[in-house]
Design a protein around this ligand. Structure first.
Ligand SMILES: O=P(O)(O)OC[C@H]1O[C@H](OP(=O)(O)OP(=O)(O)O)[C@H](O)[C@@H]1O
Ligand code: HPA
Length: 282
C-alpha cells in the first residue's frame, strides 16, 4: 500500500468550508481520498489521517522519468514546467525525500502544513485588506512559516512590510528557561503606530508570546495580533490565545518546518518528533 502511494502523483487537493480532502491517483488508477475536519480557526487534526497523508508524496512531472535517487539539482530550469497553482489552492510541492532517520514519526505532513498556511494567509488577508500591515517573524523558529505565510496573504493589505527579529528561551534543551532573550535586531521605533502581526512557529508555555505582545504594546504599535502555526495547549504556563492558529499540537517535543532541537532539524519540510535515542537528557 505504502509503495503504491509513494509511486502516486497528487492530482488535486480540495478545500471546503468544513473539510479538506487529498485525492491521489495511484499507479493502478485507483483513487484515495482522505478528509480531515476543519473547525473554525483551529484545524483539529486526526492522527491517522495525518500519518496517511504524510505518505502522499508526489514526484515533480519533470522527475517522472528519473530514478528516485537522482538529485533535483541536476534538473535544468527547462525541465520544470512553469505551472502556477491558482492562489486558492494549497501549494503542493511534489517531492519524495526520505523521512529523516532521526525522526520518530511525522505529525504534520508537508502537504497538510502548506494547505493550512494557505488558508491562514487568506484569513489574515481578509482581516487586513483595508489597513497597512507589518508582519514580524520571530526568529529562528518561525522563519519558514513566515516566508510561506506572507506569500498567501490575500487580499493584499493596503501596504505590507515583512521583518524579523530574534527571541529565544529554550537554548539547547527541551524545556523553557522562562526568560525570553531578545537580541538587538528589535527596534522599538520600527513598530510605532503600525498594525503588527507577530508570526510564531509554536506557543508552548506562552512565555515568549506574552512577553513579545507586551513589548509591541510598549513600543506603541497601533494593534498587535499573533499568528502561530502550532498551539501546544497542554504545556501552557501563562494563558495565551493566538488570533490565527494553524494546528493544535500534541504534548510532544516537536521539530521541523523551522522548529529545532539543539539547532537541528529546522530544514525538514514536515513536523515530527525526534527518536528518543537522539534526545540528550541531563
Ligand atoms: O511558548 P514558549 O514556551 O515560550 O515556547 C515558544 C518559543 O520557543 C521556541 O523558540 P526557542 O526559544 O526555541 O528559539 P528558536 O525560535 O530560535 O528556536 C519557539 O520558536 C517559540 O518562540
Ligand atoms: O516542542 C517544541 N519543539 C521545539 N522547540 C520548542 N519550543 C517550544 N516548544 C517546542
Amino acid at each position: 500500500m505504502t509503495d503504491n502511494i509513494m509511486q502516486s502523483s497528487a492530482k488535486s487537493c480540495r478545500r471546503g468550508p468544513s473539510r479538506l480532502s487529498f485525492i491521489c491517483t495511484v499507479r493502478n488508477k485507483s483513487y484515495i481520498s482522505m478528509t480531515t475536519n476543519n473547525s473554525g480557526g483551529c484545524f483539529n487534526f486526526q492522527q491517522h489521517v495525518l500519518h496517511a497523508s504524510t505518505s502522499i508524496t508526489a514526484r515533480h512531472p519533470a522527475q517522472r522519468h528519473l530514478p528516485f535517487s537522482q538529485p533535483l539539482r541536476s534538473l535544468s530550469r527547462a525541465d520544470h514546467p512553469l505551472e502556477t497553482p491558482p492562489h486558492s489552492q494549497p501549494n503542493l510541492h511534489p517531492r519524495r525525500l526520505p523521512i529523516h532517520p532521526e525522526i520518530n514519526s511525522v505529525i504534520f505532513s508537508e502537504e497538510l502544513i502548506q494547505a493550512r498556511v494557505a488558508e491562514l494567509g487568506r484569513l489574515i488577508g481578509q482581516d487586513y485588506q483595508r489597513s497597512d500591515l507589518l508582519v514580524l517573524g520571530v526568529l529562528k523558529g518561525a522563519f519558514m512559516f513566515t516566508t510561506d505565510l506572507v506569500r498567501h496573504i490575500y487580499p493584499y493589505p493596503a501596504s505590507m512590510e515583512v521583518d524579523f527579529f530574534k527571541a529565544s528561551s529554550y537554548g539547547a534543551g527541551t524545556t523553557s528557561s522562562g526568560v525570553v532573550q531578545l537580541d538587538s535586531s528589535f527596534k522599538k521605533e520600527g513598530v510605532r503606530d503600525k498594525h503588527v502581526l507577530l508570526v510564531e512557529d509554536i506557543i508552548d508555555t506562552g512565555h515568549t508570546l506574552s512577553r513579545l505582545v507586551a513589548l509591541m504594546e510598549e513600543a506603541g504599535a497601533a494593534s498587535v495580533r499573533v499568528a502561530a502555526l502550532l498551539d501546544k495547549k497542554a504545556r501552557r504556563r501563562i494563558p495565551f490565545q493566538a488570533d490565527y492558529t494553524g494546528f493544535e499540537c500534541p504534548d510532544e517535543f516537536i521539530v521541523g518546518y523551522g522548529i529545532d532541537y539543539a539547532e537541528k532539524y529546522r530544514n525538514l519540510p514536515y513536523i515530527g518528533s525526534v527518536k528518543e535515542e537522539f534526545i540528550k537528557h541531563d
